[in-house]
Design a protein around this ligand. Sequence first.
Ligand code: ATP
Ligand code: MG
Length: 478
Amino acid sequence: MGVLSKRPKGTKDVLPAESYKWKAIESRMSGVAELFGFREIRFPTFEHTEVFTRSVGDTTDVVQKEMYTFKDKGDRSITLKPEGTAGTVRAMLENGLLNEALPQKVYYITPAFRYEKAQAGRLREFHQFGCEMFGSADPAADAELICLAQSVLGLLNLDDVRLEINSIGCPECRKSYQEALLAYFNAHLDALCETCHDRLRKNPMRILDCKNPECAEIAKSAPQITHYLCADCQAHFERVQRYLQEMDIAYTVNPTIVRGLDYYTRTVFEFIADDIGAQSTVCGGGRYDGLVELMGGKPMPALGFAMGLERLLIAIESRGWKIDPPTPCQLYLASVGEAAAAKAVVLTADLRRSGIYAECDTMGRGLKAQMKYADKIGAKTTAVIGDEELASGQLKIKDMKTGDITSSTFDTLCDDIWECLSQKEPRNPREIREEMTNDLGEELVQRFMSHMLGGKISGTRNMPEIDGFDDLKDLDKE
Ligand code: ATP
Ligand code: MG
């Protein structure tokens, strides 16, 4: 196939049959992030290359092998964003947000680009949902962030993914660790790959994250950072763990996690979905207390995480969670003859303005072909306008599932359709609520729904005053 009809390797088209799933998970993610006080930030898809070489680190796989870097026509070195944190820090600094009230908390949903060996769950253009928090050095912030990630995963029905945490200490305690690593890897020099020889000189910790199987084997028995933490880092790590225990967040400590980017300090963590194959890390994050300063700002502690949307979708689908498809066509308004067709066009516009998903013929098809199309798009109801309907202003709405007929008129069509549909449609709010409560727990759901529906939160037992949600109040009393 020629390049015109074949997408670049490692990229994906998200077709309408899939895109609604993306929208569903994105809205859940941003909804939860906002509950935790994070607000959306949008930033460019590309940055000056130095934003990444500086922050991600020039001994990392990302910088050494994976970046999409090119010269633009002004001879500037530009890189397509391989991750979201560095760009966020650049934007926070450039726009002075770190001079405002702390902590600053932002989230994003962004494409990211890495020249990797494309395979299931590993793409060259992929998408990340990320949350970043600036200003707090307190273990409470680490716990808040991990709790946020866990709540997002919970709302995506992924509460069985494993949380692994580690502390990789501060530059101070890492000095003695680096020495121990240097001694260890020097003794195994012959078995290390070419790149790791270079890493040994520049940043021996990077060898622990090398994907080469021989290097990985040697790395298994390397000294572990947890034995080299200074008293402050040790205390911080213990406090984070105590918070997690008190918040009922299950975790294991995995002393081999170092993360693939250089900017991390102290707490690092990953959420792992064991059932989705080799690319099983659905979320990675941690503290990066030195990054803001490294990027030219005043010293400021910070932390964040990113989730890979493609991997999350694989995990969601492998668990059989069916995401509700978009509402199917609510009324197909068929017509016979030119005048009727014109009337159908205008009526359809009215229906849509009143919030009803209606369709009419725009293909010049005969009645039979129109009805076939209505069936194909799963229209819930249909009505036909012909000469008789034009003359009388009356028409019949047919329920396509039950065959029931309801009389209507051109003037009352909108109301009558709403009436027809409300008997079977919108999904019972009680069901939605129960479904979410199972995922997230009672109180968080109440707040989530209040928030999403624009209601006020006044006391944990109050649901917002919104049509159709009245019965939830009764539910609360039960
Ligand atoms: P991995 O070890 O799988 O290469 P990473 O450590 O490089 O992951 P991060 O830089 O922490 O990943 O990115 C955060 C998340 O983004 C990962 O946990 C993963 O879900 C997702 N991700 C990273 N690289 C890719 C990719 N090439 N394709 C799809 N998703 C990815
Ligand atoms: Mg990687």
